[in-house]
Ligand binder design. Structure first.
Ligand code: RUQ
Ligand code: CUA
Ligand code: CA
Length: 642
């Protein structure tokens, strides 16, 4: 790729920039007639000087640079992409603090190797992991009173339709659920309160959007017209699938209302096409709304079926079955061309869908959708209170709590900041209403965007993070696979200011950012968290039951409680290790050469592994985590006898 000096964006016009971006990255994406006519150029449009912080400090004082030893003020929970984990960042610095393995084995923690993590990940009858790949997209956390409550976070795996829960006290994955009869599980969003019981003002459900239509049950039928998708509800506590809704078209991203009454999902394939040409044949698709209370009533009343071997109740949310608003479980609001992203504004009033193949954002008023369900509003599409042009390839939207929305423009490689009230006025006929407030060039092709506390009632409008899918020239070249570029922006002023670039391994997608005092992490485990904990080193030893051997051991720097242990070739060995060190940050590791064993035990944690003892010989089991001046000496011998 030619390195074009106009890339820096200093003086490119909107169209010059589009031409560059289109030749560089977008061959093959037919945009059709979706040219933005820019009826509403920004007060300071893309031709204005770029807003890039020239040094660390600028007017607002919002700054990504922390002095050594200074702590970040926000946590960021990031999708780890193909590493199948959740990344925990400190913000605004963007420093990575932790990776929480979920869907894919991890060699540091021993995730996918310890018996405890294998039980969470799921195994085949022979004990091997069911899956070793993942594709995480979306991450969200539990709510109370419209704000995060620091209990749980969730992340999805698109490939195998799995949802993982993270406990935010220990920052670990504790449960994984696979959705039945779903392929291409995409968006997730927790509910924000119960639609019926006002006392339940916190998350009890997580909604999951199924993207790919399949035969139900999946019996390899070729006729794509019969394929359908399911929208699923997972219980936040038990992580069991409570119910599913059969729909026409597809789900994509998911959002929920603050009153708990509705969940929404944008639909880009209302055509139910099997090829992309078919999927973009209609001028408009939809945002589907799910009436949670009615769905649960229908389930209670037994108005459901089940599919294949799954016992999960499936109610009918298709168009044909939901024509009468007074009984409808679902409502379909028309949204232009292959929309992507649906987000609920922090003022609790609106859902915003981005047009993707249409240069527009559509603002849907929650109260008006509810009126349709009540039977007091005849025309459902009149719940659309604005549909305004914002730029090319709009995808996701964040909020600042001051009435502004920030939408990524994939094709324009920009973020557009626009005022929702002004857009509503413009849509109502006030052509002087200037809704575009600012545009910022980003590098390049942004997908997800989120602001600090964005999708909560406590949106504080300080920092904006944007996940750019292409980095092109922003980092040192490292061969054909480019890093992606996650950028941090100061959103506190009228104009956005780009603060920092961070390279990241593909393909991270989504993230949330919240104030650090909303979580209270514990940094040492409790021995009682583990039923198999070895509480006293005197309980250590080798316990044989035929070919099955249990080795019990504890660790206390700089020694393991057993200095050696003997097993026989071919034994099925289960080794249980409890770390009796209770000091913060004192983690030990345990690796056995040639036996594919490597895991850690954090302070007062217990973990176990099961393996078959190999060829007779001596195997030095050693501590893999630097724990003590005698860390290298911290070893034990496994002696395998013939
Ligand atoms: S969706 S940008 Cu999963 Cu937009 Cu990734
Ligand atoms: Cu224990 Cu290193
Ligand atoms: Ca479509």
């Amino acid at each position: 790729m030619k390195n074009d000096s106009t890339l820096s964006g200093n003086d490119t016009t909107a169209w010059g920039r589009r031409r560059f971006l289109n030749t560089a990255a977008l061959t093959g994406l037919t945009l059709g007639a979706a040219a933005c006519t820019d009826k509403q150029p920004a007060a300071s449009g893309p031709t204005a000087a770029p807003a890039v912080a020239s040094n660390a400090a600028h007017a607002s004082g919002n700054d990504t640079h922390l002095k050594p030893g200074e702590l970040d003020t926000y946590y960021g929970l990031w999708s780890g992409g193909h590493t199948g984990d959740m990344r925990v960042l400190g913000l605004p610095s963007g420093r990575e603090l932790l990776r929480i393995p979920c869907f894919v084995p991890d060699a540091l923690v021993g995730w996918g190797h310890t018996n405890e993590s294998k039980a969470i990940m799921g195994t085949k009858p022979n004990g091997a992991l069911r899956y070793t790949v993942g594709d995480t997209h979306h991450t969200h956390a539990s709510y109370k009173d419209g704000n995060y409550d620091g209990r749980y976070a969730w992340i999805n795996d698109k490939i195998n339709s799995r949802i993982a829960r993270i406990r935010l006290d220990y920052f670990i994955c504790d449960k994984i659920t696979q959705l039945p009869n779903v392929q291409g599980f995409h968006g997730i969003f927790p509910d924000k309160r119960d639609p019926v019981d006002p006392a339940i003002n916190y998350t009890t459900r997580v909604f999951c959007g199924g993207e790919f239509g399949i035969p139900l049950p999946n019996a390899g039928i070729e006729d794509a017209d019969t394929y359908r998708s399911l929208f699923s509800c997972v219980d936040a506590e038990t992580m069991e699938v409570r119910w599913q809704v059969l729909i026409d078209g597809n789900c994509d991203l998911v959002a929920t209302s603050y009153d708990g009454k509705l969940a929404a999902s944008n639909q880009y394939n209302t055509e139910m096409g099997a090829k992309y040409e078919d999927m973009m044949s209609a001028e408009r698709d939809a945002c589907i709304f799910f009436n949670i209370a009615r769905i649960e009533e229908a389930v209670k009343a037994g108005k459901f079926k089940t599919i294949g071997s799954s016992k999960v109740p499936v109610v009918d949310g298709t168009h044909a079955a939901n024509k009468d608003p007074k009984t409808a479980l679902t409502a379909h609001v028309s949204v232009p061309k292959n929309p992507h992203g649906v987000n609920a504004s922090p003022d609790q009033k609106y859902f915003i869908c981005a047009g993707k193949l249409s240069p527009t954002a559509t603002v849907i008023e929650l109260a008006k959708v509810l009126e349709w369900f009540d039977g007091t509003r005849e025309d459902l599409d009149s719940s659309i209170v604005a549909e305004v042009e914002i730029g090319l390839g709009p995808l996701h939207t964040a909020f600042d709590g001051r009435g502004n929305a920030y939408t990524t423009l994939f094709l324009d490689s920009q973020i557009v900041k626009w005022n929702v009230d002004a857009a509503i006025k413009f849509h109502a006929g006030d052509k002087n209403a200037k809704y575009v407030v600012d545009r910022l060039d980003v590098q390049y092709q942004p997908g997800h965007i989120n602001g600090s506390q964005s999708e909560t009632v406590a949106a504080d409008g300080k920092y904006l993070a944007v996940g750019c899918k292409f980095s092109k020239d922003r980092f040192l070249p490292v061969g054909p696979l480019h890093a992606e570029n996650e950028q941090i922006i100061d959103m506190s002023g009228e104009k956005m200011v780009l603060l920092a670039d961070h390279p990241v391994r593909g393909e991270p997608h989504d993230f949330i950012i919240f104030k650090r005092d909303l979580v209270k992490p514990k940094q040492v485990y409790d021995l009682d968290d583990f039923p198999n904990a070895i509480k006293d080193p005197k309980e250590s030893g080798v316990f044989r039951n035929g070919k099955k051997v249990t080795v019990k051991m504890t660790s206390q720097a700089p020694a393991f409680s057993l200095r050696e242990f003997k097993v026989k070739k071919g034994d099925e060995v289960t080794l249980i290790l409890t770390n009796l060190d209770k000091i913060e940050d004192l983690t030990h590791g345990f690796a056995i050469p040639n036996h594919d064993v490597n895991f850690i035990v954090n302070p007062l944690e217990t973990a176990s592994v099961t393996f078959t003892a190999g060829e007779p010989g001596v195997y030095w089991c050693y501590c893999t985590h630097f724990c003590h001046a005698l860390h290298l000496e911290m070893r034990t011998r496994m002696i395998v006898e013939a």
